[in-house]
Design a protein around this ligand. Structure first.
Ligand code: HEM
Length: 430
């Protein structure tokens, strides 16, 4: 790619216009490990050598931290786990690890499966669904089950939480990439939306604490002595971090089930080997479900919801043969690594026989700030794949695979699918 060396802004237009192709235009056999991007006067480097991912993400946070882009979110999510650093970050992260530990998720699996079946049944009654819409709904519900435990939230509480997230999620996206300040009128409107969202979030948290004491994940937070306000920030963070990321992955998973020849049948057969006498999937066996696990890995490789994340140097740092000045941003792009022919054979194809022990596979990041929701996301994607493949036939008419869109997250377009229950399908064939 030809880029004028002296023009500080040379990459702004192509990057803003089509960031996914801009990144794929880098030929990773020819690039420096850190390629300078011309995105303005502040130094920004793109990491092109995946061997440097772990060293960069494992620098002490007094030397390299998450940087200013993510800190812009403080006004929305307060000082929650994503923003905090040091000991308080570790304490809060510890609570999340416990909440999303395998054993805990396994005990919640029947409840999650019931929710998945309820959602799929309503899609069948409607004759079809939009894959991203159903994916986002399921992702939010399953986070609520994980955070609040069994039968704690009423349907109205849950809908209030969902609405309060919807109210501000576009603002979050706008905030991260905003260069110029909002007009006073727009800023007032945004603050009103934010306040309305916080009020709902706090009301639900307070109600849960008063009516049922501290349950589910909240129990451990209570031991940290968090106020209702701080707890509401943590809940909002979980919903925002886990909702679109997993919702988008669910959409691509459903797309793969509908379009990859033989995939749904293989997953259905795998599910039938791990279903107990009550017809429930035995969640303790999920890590051994090889086809389902490979499907989840391939979906998160092809469509990494977090298509970029960044770090910023606090002090002078030597890395990749360069000496980076303080306040230098480093852009890490799972999208670039996952789609590079340098690291993957036929990178754009869905293939189940790949090895993922590859430094160029990092859908959930790495190091001390890697995704704390990774186990939950993988767990729910596997459950959804099995529940869906066991009971439904999905159809998607479009021949060409739809392209994702680069927003703050990598978003799928609308994908309308037809669905038929398997029993009905069998009677149609007979
Ligand atoms: C397919 C789904 C998901 C993907 C691809 C994903 C991706 C990521 C990535 C790449 C990071 C690291 C960002 C960085 O290092 O700057 C991250 C962090 C995080 N994720 Fe996820 N995520 C997913 C699902 C979830 C879920 C379900 C939750 C929780 C319910 C969650 C909560 C978080 C939190 C709280 C952090 C910040 C951790 C910290 O700073 O210590 N994520 N995620």
């Amino acid at each position: 790619m030809k880029r004028l060396k002296m023009d500080w802004f040379a990459d702004v237009k192509p990057f803003r216009h089509d960031p996914l192709n801009f990144l794929l235009n880098f030929d990773l056999t020819k690039t420096e490990p850190l390629e300078k991007l011309r995105l303005g006067p502040q130094p920004v480097y793109l990491l092109t050598d995946p061997e440097l991912v772990k060293p960069i993400l494992r620098f002490p946070e007094t030397q390299v931290d998450k940087g200013r882009l993510i800190k812009k979110l403080r006004s929305v999510i307060g000082d929650s786990v994503v923003i905090l650093s040091g000991e308080e970050h570790k304490r809060r992260r510890g609570v999340l690890h416990g909440m999303m530990a395998r054993g805990n998720l396994e005990s919640l699996a029947p409840l999650m499966s019931a929710e998945i079946r309820r959602c799929l049944a309503s899609a069948v009654r409607a004759g079809g669904f939009d894959a991203h819409q159903i994916g986002s709904t399921l992702a939010l519900r399953l986070i609520c089950i994980t955070a609040f435990g069994k039968n704690v939230l009423s349907e109205t509480d849950e809908q209030a939480l969902v609405q309060s997230v919807r109210l501000i999620e576009d603002d979050v996206a706008d905030e991260i990439f905003r260069v110029f300040p909002l007009s006073p009128w727009a800023a007032r409107k945004r603050n009103q939306r934010r306040e309305a969202s916080r009020v709902v979030m706090k009301r639900v948290v307070k109600k849960v604490r008063e009516e049922v004491g501290t349950t589910g994940g909240l129990e451990e937070y209570a031991k940290l002595g968090l106020s209702d306000e701080a707890l509401a920030d943590e809940v909002l963070t979980l919903l925002l971090a886990g909702h679109h990321t997993t919702g988008a992955a669910v959409a691509w998973l459903l797309h793969a089930l509908a379009t990859e020849p033989g995939l749904a049948e293989k997953i259905s057969a795998e599910a039938s080997l791990m279903t107990d006498l009550n017809g429930e999937i035995d969640a303790s066996k999920l890590p051994g479900a090889r086809t389902t696990m490979a499907t989840v890995r391939e979906v998160t490789r092809l469509f990494p919801s977090s298509w970029w994340f960044s770090r910023e140097t606090i002090e002078e740092t030597k890395i990749g043969g360069r000496t980076l000045k303080p306040k230098t941003s480093i852009l890490l792009s799972p999208w670039l690594f996952h789609r590079s022919a340098h690291f993957w054979e036929e990178p754009d194809r869905f293939k189940l026989d790949r090895g993922y022990n590859n430094p160029a596979y990092l859908p959930f990041g790495a190091g001390p700030r890697a995704c704390v929701g990774m186990t939950l996301a993988t767990f729910e994607l596997q459950l959804i794949a099995m529940e869906c493949a066991s009971s439904l036939v999905l159809e998607f008419d479009q021949v060409a695979r739809p392209e994702p869109e680069a927003q703050v997250m990598l978003m799928p377009p609308s994908m309308l699918m037809k669905t038929t229950p398997k029993i009905e399908r069998l009677s149609q064939v007979a």
